[in-house]
Design a protein around this ligand. Sequence first.
Ligand code: FES
Length: 88
Amino acid sequence: MPRIVKFDATGPIKIDPNLKVGDVPPAPNVIPWPRDDAGNLKVVSVCACGISSKFPFCDGAHKQCKTEDPACVYQYDPVTKQVVGKTP
Ligand code: FES
């Protein structure tokens, strides 16, 4: 089930536990660590399939990958998250 995912970032995404939702991030690549309603840091799932719309966090889009043929390489549209290419 290999897939090709295009990324254009040239550096990391930093997840800052000291930054809260609504705070002004110190740089565009810095995002807050998700918190629960009580303000506690949440356990997060990190996307390993590469097609999450909330990358680097998992948003459940990986479910589309479960029907991939292990003998093929898949390409996904970065916006629609739909398969746009499949090669054996
Ligand atoms: S692992 Fe990528 S969306 Fe869940």
